[in-house]
Design a protein around this ligand. Sequence first.
Ligand SMILES: Cc1ncc(COP(=O)(O)O)c(C=O)c1O
Length: 378
Amino acid sequence: MKFSTKAIHTGQKPDKETGAIIPPIYMTSTYIQEAPAQHKGYDYTRAGNPNFTNIEATLAALEDGKFATVFSSGLGALSGILSMLKSGDTIVGTADMYGGSYRLINRVFINFGIIFKSVNTQNLEEVETALKEKPGLIFLETPTNPLLKISDINAITDLAKKYDVLSVVDNTFATPYFQNPLNLGADMVLHSTTKYIGGHSDIVGGVVITNDAGMKEKLDFGRMAIGLNPSPFDVWLGSRGIKTLAVRMERHGRNALALARFLEKHPKVKKVYYPGLESHSNHEVAKKQMRGFSGIVSVEFDLNLEDTKKLISRFQYFSLAESLGGIESLVDHPASMTHASIPAEERKKIGLTDGLVRFSVGIEDYEDLQKDIEQAIA
Ligand SMILES: Cc1ncc(COP(=O)(O)O)c(C=O)c1O
């Protein structure tokens, strides 16, 4: 079965009782038991729900994985993964990641004895040196938020296997439409389903996908024991969103590439970050492991900070807001919004300047988006 057929049919069986083509929303907290501990596979929604089972089948299929566990959010999913670690374990990863993931590790899990070691994951020697120390896991985000840096998943997961270290890839930016980290050797793949998978800026959710039954058991346990479950309604909306993932991603990718090319030539632009551009420092690795480059473009304008902030408040279609991956275009100022939780010193080290602007390019008509940027600069 190919991608869109899986997205539309896997885990989405019509309702047997009524013939409803779309599975209903099971808005229930509990389930009747025939006798103590005798039930039909569900006992309490914190532990499981038919809508979770449905979307988990779809998402596992799209990532070419065997198992999936859905969570309350992308950070809920990361918490589920981190709950497998124990005090004294180290996480190796780049500091160029979503600010909330950085904060979760460095402000919450640090208090439970988890150590974060920042490495440049574009440098394989640096990665190998860190892996030799036997960390608990290596965490990659590729492309990264917001600098769109690319890590070589295959090369790094090979090294992780050599040193018997678990590897996790946050695949939120690429989506399973453009990149499948499990096929490149990763042990677990994480998504914030809030973004492209939901696709309509109306849910918050997360998922982890794996081929390992033991990890799936631990993820389910973590969700149930910590209370990291999503709402059945959000999950049902997520299932609706997934059905159009392929067509949306095609358009996001096309619009983003066109915008990146336009901005790259604009006299008021200093630098454009987009892995689909030949000028991107990891373009060759991106081409090797991705089938397309998704919809996020980050830009440094040739303007001072004050004018950059003025500019991004003046778009008509790029709404100034956190988040990304919805059908509508958004613009973000990472240093003061999504990545404010990364200390300024750390931001400087990874090249995240105060002038950086991140565009989540939507699926509107491209001509309107380009005109919007032209009018705001003018
Ligand atoms: C790459 C990435 N991973 C994880 C998350 C966290 O997801 P959520 O906001 O659903 O908790 C985000 C949020 O922006 C993200 O961009």
